[in-house]
Design a protein around this ligand. Structure first.
Ligand code: ADP
Length: 255
């Protein structure tokens, strides 16, 4: 889009109109660029599992295989198809989030968090992960319970996923100056400082985690960021390598 219409610097009617138009064009061009990147990134992410699937099928069909080999191929295909489904669902959800106006109700965040922590004990125990919480009761906020559940489910799922066996995960929720601060921390190898600024971008995954078979999509934190933003809150991350990683969400309290 060609930008910069003349008249800048002139404050008569035409000059002001030109500046308004210029700003509108800037916004439009940013929106187009956003769309273009989104489509390009999404296509790239969808092609990778499809290429793996195609490759495995080709190799398996090229020779006679034992039943065990067929079985192994089918399992690998199932893993990739599951990842594709998660990617498609995540993409659809992100796109909807950008368009929808969401319904807010009064919610007891303390209850929402306690229920989630309780549910995650089942995932922590078999891996000897100590999952504890310190949640102040009756933290009331205006929000969407389904969407907020999605945020904290993602943070807890990551915390457990990226903690080694025998590690520690804690969830804290405390009010401070008309905000509630929710902190989800986990022990482990942490996140290198150069990766921290990118974590909330869609599809971003730390290199070492891409090769590990965690089945991740890199969309979880981008979705969390968008939901928190819709609630007029913030989400940040701090990490000390080989110590602790903490994600902090702040949300306005309903006073
Ligand atoms: P994924 O589906 O890969 O988990 P997310 O958007 O939830 O996608 O997270 C993006 C990346 O951030 C992950 O791939 C991982 O590299 C890193 N990450 C997220 N949470 C943690 C954590 N608690 N500890 C270490 N790394 C994390």
């Amino acid at each position: 889009i060609t930008r910069r219409i003349g008249y800048a610097g002139s404050f008569d009617e035409v000059g002001r109109l030109a500046m308004t138009l210029d700003r509108m064009l800037d916004r439009l061009s940013a929106a187009f660029e956003h769309e273009r990147r989104f489509t390009a990134d999404a296509s790239h992410e969808l092609r990778t599992p499809l290429a793996v699937i195609k490759g495995r099928i080709g190799v398996t069909l090229s020779q006679n295989r034992t039943p065990e080999e067929y079985q192994a191929t089918l399992q690998a295909l199932e893993y990739e198809v599951d990842r594709l489904i998660r990617l498609a669902n995540g993409l659809l959800f992100l796109t909807r989030l950008e368009q929808e106006t969401i319904q807010f109700q009064q919610i007891d965040l303390s209850e929402l968090l306690s229920i989630l922590v309780e549910q995650f004990q089942m995932m922590a125990e078999p891996r000897n992960i100590l999952l504890t919480d310190n949640i102040e009761p009756e933290l009331m906020i205006a929000g969407n319970a389904d969407y907020l559940t999605n945020v904290f489910l993602n943070l807890l799922d990551n915390a457990i996923k990226y903690t080694p066996d025998g590690g520690k995960v804690t969830v804290k929720a405390q009010p401070q100056a008309e905000q509630v601060y929710i902190r989800v921390s986990n022990s482990g190898k942490g996140i290198a400082p150069e990766n921290l600024p990118h974590l909330f971008k869609r599809f971003y995954r730390v290199e070492a985690d891409r090769s590990r078979h965690t089945g991740g999509t890199g969309l979880g934190l981008a979705i969390a960021y968008e939901i928190v933003r819709l609630h007029k809150g913030t989400i940040t991350v701090e990490s000390e390598v080989n110590q602790t990683t903490t994600f902090t969400v702040s949300l306005p309290l309903k006073v």
